[in-house]
Design a protein around this ligand. Sequence first.
Ligand code: TMP
Length: 216
Amino acid sequence: MIEGLFIVLEGVDGAGTTTHTRLLADALRARGLPITTTREPSDGPVGVMIRQILSGRLVVPGISGPRPSSWSTMALLFAADRLDHVEATITPNLMDGVTVISDRYVHSSVAYQSVTGGGDADTIAWVRAINQHARRPDLTIVLDVEPAEAERRRAARSVTREIYDDAELQAQLGAFYRAIDEHFPDERLVHVDATRPVEDVARDVAHHVAVLRGEA
Ligand code: TMP
């Protein structure tokens, strides 16, 4: 049995990772390829807990009132969720010959937890270290989007705020993602300009997958 391909879509909130995970899966399925889509935080037990923290449902009882978990607690939870996700969902599907497309993966931790942890070299190295046993993707597609456009999309889609929903943090994350390759020197990682209309972005995403598959 030939293993499936492991493809990851990445970017800031509002970059379009969820939309393009779906569009890429539809395009590949239409050609008869076995595909599964998944996401991080995953739908496993740790992922469900993380979503409760992101939405403010689960808090730390701080001295001056409830607050979200610290960046380092979040980094460890995301890493634990990731290894569980790999073990429970990603690897079994790949072994069955199914191509797995994940909406976010390690790169989100290296971006979000490093930036919220101060962005210094030690922090980045630690976040990478706790994720070192996470299986490497065959291809990671980073959707780069102008901060103002990402903010417009976030405002249009959600009524409830999550803990990383802050314009200044998201602008910092955008800059981090544009240069994220330097933290993944051994990976196949490409960037797509995602400020453009959805059809243009989807075409470029599909092109990068065709190149990976040796079709283009
Ligand atoms: P999403 O479902 O909208 O993609 O929300 C997930 C949020 O969690 C998003 O703001 C990115 C963030 N995140 C991290 O901070 N670290 C991670 O490792 C992952 C996977 C997501």
